[in-house]
Design a protein around this ligand. Sequence first.
Ligand code: ATP
Ligand code: MG
Length: 603
Amino acid sequence: MVLRLSQLFLRTLREDPVDAEVASHKLLVRAGYIRRAAPGIYTWLPLGLSVLRKVEDIIRQEMTAIGAQEVHFPALLPREPYEATNRWTEYGEGLFRLQDRKGADYLLAPTHEEMFTLLVKDLYSSYKDLPLSLYQIQNKYRDEARPRAGLLRGREFIMKDSYSFDVDDAGLDASYSAHRAAYLKIFERLGLEVVPVAATAGAMGGSKSEEFLFPTEIGEDTFVRSAGGYAANVEAVTTVVPDEIDFSNAPAAEVLDTPDTPTIETLVAAANVIAPRAEADGGPWTAADTLKNVVLAVTLPTGERQLVVIGVPGDRAVDLKRVEANIGAFLPIAGEIGLEQAGEEDLKKQPLIVKGYLGPGLSLDQALLGAESTTKLLYLVDPRVVSGTAWITGANQAGKHVFGLVAGRDFSWDGAIECTEVRAGDPSPDGSGPLETARGIEMGHIFQLGRKYAEALDLKVLDQYGKQVVVTMGSYGVGVTRAVAALAEANHDDRGLVWPRTVAPADVHVVAVGRGEEIFQAAEKLAADLEAAGLSVIYDDRPKVSPGVKFGDAELLGVPTILAVGRGLVDGVVEIKDRRSGEAENIEVDKAVDYVVNAVRNQ
Ligand code: ATP
Ligand code: MG
């Protein structure tokens, strides 16, 4: 059916919505594709829904092509399965929790690992049933701390999530590779350039993991890549660790008075006056020779607050996102945590911490310092702090620093953690050249969950020897509504949206410009003929709307081909314009349909 603008449920807007910062958000609202219902929650209007369905179809086809089967779960789920995997707690404030009239706990699913695992457990019991991949395209709910950018980070959004079930690791590898390939195809068909990057598994647990990032300045993810092909999310970058150094001949550490040196800058300046380093030993001290100890406050999923001290070379800043992604292994319980610099209140409770002069070994040196407190703080270090490296660092006394404090000899640590900023120019971990940094939006995420969920929910099958084995799983997500936004982000100009043909809400937008009866008759016929030729057509048949408004709307809506029937009609021509290039041609009326059909086929 021809979509007539006189009938279509559509109001375009001249003004950007006040809460919109990014182009996709502004344009999707202005062009009448979506409307905001609540923060991070959107209503889909006819044109938006049409684009959304096309994106979904491409995803469905590629999932089917790798043998994945579609199912559909409820979004409203009982607490119990999420309790079994501890995610009821782990998800923290991100989870929408609610109760039914009897007081039983429910949640709106943020993702569906538990339900898929239980479904397979319910119906399958033998290795012969595997491998299996199931997927759904469904609403997800996350009470995001900062819903932003319209569809890009919503609190209700659509995800395609699939899950693979295999009897052994080789099977999981194969399922993972199949999904990886399908994802590359999906994004290629959508015309979205994505970079697959190594990722950390986050709250899901598991091991191997990659994200598909769409590079853009407005992205919230920072990633790095090297000319040699390495690419990783900043959270997942591993530091090139220096060799350990033999410290048997290293001079003893020495505590020196360094009054008024609470910052790295003042410390370095003072060090070069008090204890200058000889040219032969490396020349003047720099920030990289100091060990900066930063106190962070972790809020555990239980709500409890715990302090952690992190020691990093003084020339590097701590990157809280990297700490957050990697600190899980050192905490008493898993799950979503809060993380920030420790505040005055936190520090007051730790009398041993001398602000500006904090050194490692707090817990070890308590007796030495004559302190009464027995608090032992977790002490983690940047991986560059290897055994034998010598540092200038706080002496845990106001106005004093230690020089030549040797790691592994004079102090120890509870673990090494990827925690400092990754800088452009840092070496890539695989030796493929220096890293450059870029920003991107996560479009998809694949990971090998392994046996975590199957173990928690007891999903086992009989293997070929009749032995019960725990199934190994993968989980794979694509942000479907986010993809619509990313497509709008990638395909627009200052006049509006410029959809690629694969997802455009129509193939051609016919505009009747002017007043004459014959113009409307000709436009009407062209619209009907284009439709009969198999194209989807939007027809602007509004009788009393000015040409300026009609053209403005056509450009705002972003259909790839605009066919204008107007003044040229007296000479037997119509104007056909390519929305992307802006190129327009006058074509004879009776050749117009073929011309447009060709344009659609050839793009
Ligand atoms: P992000 O890091 O952006 O918060 P995530 O790592 O939490 O995403 P996953 O749990 O891996 O997301 O979900 C799979 C996919 O779902 C993501 O790759 C993304 O495309 C999409 N997605 C996740 N959260 C949102 C959201 N709030 N709004 C829209 N899409 C989302
Ligand atoms: Mg993710």
